[in-house]
Design a protein around this ligand. Structure first.
Ligand code: LLP
Length: 385
């Protein structure tokens, strides 16, 4: 447990708690792997956690930002990410978002279709700006993760098919106010098997050869994000395996002279620094099961309900009581009127009582940003400790 119990006792629940020291050491670990390479740019994917203090801490360390909406672009600017280090992605960019990005002079648009490319060219001409664009190519690489968070296989809505790559690049090169800078890829999220990233590298190498044959110059390669974290053992693996991740690209990706390599990491930067702090409202005994009913539910953390994710759950108060009895199996659930509002089934916990303080771990990524007001609940606050 990374936090001081007395500090936690004083906080309202449900709320998010973020471990600032862990965020700092995670950022330092990434910098240690990339500092000797000036052509390597790591953009933080703001969708994972958009807390202003977290954003400022990441910006201060010299990272860029990966944004998927006008709101995220504004948040990035407010947190002092340089506009030139902002990448703007997403299959459905609205006109106002494109205009905002153009007026701010962001580093690059990751473009997902020929239709979008035409609109960006039109708006750039209209505003007298130049849009630097990368084309998101669907690499058709199947990654081993949950079906809802794979993005790189042919049937996903994301990106441009290989077979259309050359014609789309030619279209980009012919359009006014468009500067074609490179290619963008993203194969999925929560990936722990480095062979998935290796497959991506091999596919990019093939595509680069094809482009070379056509005499097309590519300045940037953006390999997206996706590095996973340990949800089973956050204390054993507080920092993601950045060494293996960056080494995979160093070994397998054949960059051309002067090419810049961009990454867009979200989860691996912020997941382990965050926990959802919650109190036990009731321990409900039934003929078949015992339920621990928390004051946090799928409104605060939707990952278990949406993806079947299992986050480690800790009873902070029971650890203080020094419970010596054997663990009890509980279904740990939230208060929301949905049967999918369950954090874990048959989960072993020390004997648990009303009022106990619990931590749901590894919730710093896609926790607070995916919270909702369903059931007219207030959005959770966050505390940086
Ligand atoms: N780049 C692109 C184009 C993306 O779509 C994503 C995430 C990222 C980068 C950052 O990926 P990361 O490094 O965080 O894996 N809500 C889900 C995850 C959705 C990921 C969406 N795209 C979850 O809670 O597991």
């Amino acid at each position: 447990m990374p936090f001081n119990t007395t500090q936690l006792q004083a906080l309202p629940t449900p709320s998010y708690v973020y471990d600032r020291a862990l965020l700092d050491s995670t950022l330092a670990a990434i910098k240690a792997e990339t500092h000797d390479n000036t052509s390597c740019h790591v953009h933080y994917a703001i969708k994972a956690n958009d807390n202003p203090e977290v954003l400022s801490a990441i910006a201060r360390e010299g990272f860029g930002a990966d944004c998927v909406s006008g709101g995220e672009i504004r948040a990035a600017i407010e947190a002092n990410f340089p506009a030139s280090e902002i990448a703007f992605a997403g299959v459905g960019k609205a006109d106002w978002e494109i205009r905002l990005a153009l007026n701010l002079g962001i580093g690059m648009f990751n473009v997902e279709s020929r239709e979008e490319l035409a609109v960006i060219s039109e708006l750039a001409t209209d505003t007298g700006t130049i849009a630097h664009i990368s084309l998101r190519i669907n690499p058709d690489v199947e990654a081993s993760t949950h079906a809802h968070i794979t993005t790189g296989c042919a049937e996903n809505k994301f990106g441009i098919a290989h077979k259309d790559m050359i014609t789309t690049i030619r279209q980009a090169q012919s359009l006014p106010n468009i500067d074609f800078v490179g290619l963008h890829f993203h194969i999925g999220s929560q990936l722990l098997d480095m062979s998935d990233f290796e497959s991506l590298c091999l596919r990019i190498n093939e595509l680069q050869e094809l482009l070379e044959g056509e005499g097309i110059e590519v300045r940037n390669i953006n390999v997206g994000g996706g590095l996973g974290v340990s949800y089973d053992d956050p204390d054993g693996h507080p920092i993601a395996n950045f060494a293996a991740y960056f080494e995979t690209f160093r070994r397998h990706l054949k960059l051309r002279q002067g090419q810049q390599l961009h990454f867009e990491l979200g989860r691996a930067i912020v997941a382990q620094m965050g926990s959802l702090l919650t109190r036990v409202l009731y321990v409900k005994h039934t003929a078949v099961k015992d339920f621990v009913i928390l004051d946090a539910g799928m409104t605060e953390l939707i990952r278990p309900a949406l993806y079947g994710a299992l986050h480690k759950i800790e009873n902070v108060t029971a650890s203080e009581r020094k419970e010596t009895e054997d663990k009890v199996m509980y279904d740990v659930v939230g208060p929301i009127c949905e049967s999918s509002d369950v954090f874990a089934y048959d989960y072993p916990l020390p004997r648990t009582c009303r009022g106990d303080l619990m931590l749901i771990r590894s919730a710093g990524a896609y926790g607070q940003t995916m919270a909702s007001t369903y059931n007219h609940r207030p959005l959770p606050q966050a505390f940086i400790l």
